[in-house]
Design a protein around this ligand. Structure first.
Ligand code: SF4
Length: 610
């Protein structure tokens, strides 16, 4: 159905010519889900944009063909391509807030797609649009159809995007991270919908994602990309059971899960190389644990290593002498804090209430209880995971503990930290508490001030919360901090934009550690990161906990991360804790129906990479 032949895509960038896709070949048959996986910047999304002919202005196809049922899409006049786009081929984009028209009701946007590509008109088209909204899980579709996009949550906008893409009844769907912004239960619903449509309509799906668990549940075949090239293609089951490329193996070993508790995750050293470089040999060589002497000078080709299984690696086509390398790290035993004795943090009946603006001409104030009577305990050296879907109150309860909501919300209940109620503190006692309880945010791009050098970012907290330190002592502390989080010392003089996402998250961790806290609230600290970078950050957090006895309140929706790092778990729903206990008990034998629903919706990767 789809054949990508020798596709080359180039982009003009400040640093020079970027070869974003380098001689890509793949084929996709009707009714097949083909997953394109890889970390940020490997060329997955650029492939989708190239085949839809939606490349950014600085990009162009430098060679190759994209054939749909034998017709080269790259050679079509734009007017014909417009018919194909949204008709025979639909695309679900990653970012719903910029993909919907903000001044058009959502129903009209779906009806537009239906009328452009099917015979339905007027009331029939509107009824079909309501039906699509229902199928993608929008509650009260008859009412929501007349809403403008700004009235919808991020997840709902994504579902509307999916409805628009499917409403044209395409033959072929390009889904670029279609469920990344969604909660697991909605994600499961959308993935089921795509699977159903695929069976009904023999839909071909090119699924682009970094979520390997989603891939294992959806895809028939998988292609792994690295630095603009496909480096392994295989049937999905084979890819997950016997990956051949060293990068594929490391990626699978870097995934956190219960089976890897107590040992460091596989860390893939280094980062993806910039694509303006001229590569003399294997692009993965500087990071490869199996690199051989000739890898740096010989570019590997994609070769057949089994039926439908191709690999780009010299280990298979030209084996040679291995590079000398350091011996493997010994397995580190997890220092298990007991959870006995007085808790470090004892939260009792925490309630967080936000006042809402009353609608015009109405009387009285309205309010919203984001956290509604939550109690838990956290001991030094242990990790408590707060899990639940967006809007369940997990982040709000974390922010309340770090005293970030004192002005915006009414807070009641107690948060006893080392025996003192955090909510009753003022003056020097409050400063001391702020020092002891720190937070790491989800988005390392938004949480660092772009106008401050790293040294200033780290020193700011020290000046405010450790005024007794003089300039020399602060300087020494900064050097220690960058050592601790694995950054080079020259990082102190650089600006946040000079760092990758993972490095920025290390800076954020260093900022939290600067004032020697006892408790860190980790608010989705790895959800914006690639798998290999996530592994590095989780390893770092675990090591710091072992060395310094830190307690973590770990807020996340990623059950794999929870199973790997948490000692205890509290499941939240609509502002309340519905179940809590030891991690293994809650994940292994959940008692509450909601916990079971949540866990059942989580895509799983039940493999153990060799
Ligand atoms: Fe590693 Fe060499 Fe294979 Fe590249 S070609 S992945 S460096 S073994």
């Amino acid at each position: 159905m789809l054949e990508i032949a020798d596709l080359q895509v180039e982009l003009d960038a400040d640093a020079g010519l970027v070869r974003a896709i380098d001689h890509m070949r793949l084929t996709l048959t009707r009714g097949e889900t083909f997953a394109l996986v890889g970390e940020s910047g490997c060329g997955k999304s650029m492939t989708a944009l190239a085949l839809m002919r939606l490349l950014p202005e600085n990009g162009r196809v430098a060679g190759g063909a994209v054939k749909l049922d034998g017709r080269d899409l790259l050679a079509l006049p734009e007017s014909r391509m417009r018919e194909v786009r949204g008709g025979r081929v639909s695309m679900i984009f990653q970012e719903p807030s910029t993909s919907l028209n903000p001044v058009m009701r959502v129903g009209d946007q779906i009806v537009e797609a239906i009328q452009a590509h099917t015979a339905l008109r007027g009331a029939a088209a509107r009824a079909k649009a309501v039906d699509w909204l229902k199928r993608v899980g929008i509650p009260e579709p008859e009412r929501r159809i007349d809403d403008y996009p700004f009235r919808l949550s991020g997840g709902q906008k994504q579902r509307v995007m999916i409805a628009i893409a499917l409403a044209a009844e395409p033959d072929f769907l390009v889904a670029d991270e279609p469920t990344t912004a969604l909660d697991v239960t909605i994600q499961a619903q959308i993935l089921d919908l795509i699977r159903d449509l695929q069976r009904e309509r023999q839909l071909g799906v090119l699924l682009i994602t970094h979520d390997l668990a989603v891939v294992s549940g959806m895809a028939h075949r998988v292609a792994l990309m690295y630095a603009g090239q496909i480096i392994e293609v295989a049937p999905a089951a084979e890819f997950f059971s016997t990956p051949k490329h060293p990068y594929a193996r490391l990626l699978l070993q870097a995934l956190p899960d219960a089976g890897r508790r107590g040992e460091p995750l596989a860390a893939i050293a280094g980062t993806v190389p910039p694509l303006w470089l001229d590569f003399a040999g294997c692009r993965f060589a500087p990071r490869c644990d199996k690199a051989m002497l000739h890898c740096a000078g010989t570019p590997p080709l994609l070769t057949e290593e089994g039926p439908q299984h191709q690999v780009r690696c010299l280990l298979y086509s030209q084996p040679g002498e291995a590079l000398p390398r350091a011996t493997a790290q010994p397995k580190v035993e997890r220092a298990q804090a007991s959870g006995q004795g007085a808790p470090l943090l004892d939260v009792r009946d925490l309630r967080v209430r936000f006042q809402l603006k009353a609608p015009l001409f109405s009387h009285g104030l309205r309010h919203f209880d984001a956290v509604d009577g939550v109690s838990y305990q956290l001991h030094a050296g242990r990790t408590l995971a707060l899990v639940g879907e967006s809007g369940c109150g997990k982040t709000t309860s974390g922010k309340a503990i770090v005293q970030l909501l004192r002005r915006q919300a009414q807070i009641s209940g107690q948060a006893l930290f080392d025996g003192q109620d955090l909510f009753q503190l003022h003056g020097p006692a409050l400063v001391e508490a702020r020092r002891s309880v720190q937070i790491i945010f989800q988005d390392p791009f938004a949480s660092l001030n772009p106008r401050m050098r790293v040294a200033d970012v780290l020193e700011e907290g020290l000046i405010a919360l450790r005024p007794e330190l003089d300039a020399g002592q602060r300087r020494e502390r900064l050097l220690n901090l960058v050592d601790q989080v694995g950054l080079r010392r020259d990082a102190l003089q650089r600006w946040p934009h000079e760092f990758s996402g993972g490095q920025r998250q290390r800076i954020a961790i260093a900022r939290a550690l600067a004032v020697q806290p006892k408790l860190i609230v980790c608010d989705e600290p790895t959800s914006a990161l690639d798998v290999s970078v996530q592994a590095q950050i989780l390893n770092l957090l675990r090591e710091l906990q072992r060395e310094q006895g830190l307690a973590y309140l770990f807020i996340t929706h990623n059950i794999g991360v929870v199973a790997y790092i948490a000692d205890d778990i509290a499941v939240m729903q609509r502002g309340r804790i519905v179940e809590q206990g030891a991690c293994a008990d809650v994940l292994g034998q959940p008692r509450e129906a909601y916990t079971r629903t949540l866990l059942a919706a989580v895509p799983r990767l039940n493999i153990s990479a060799s």
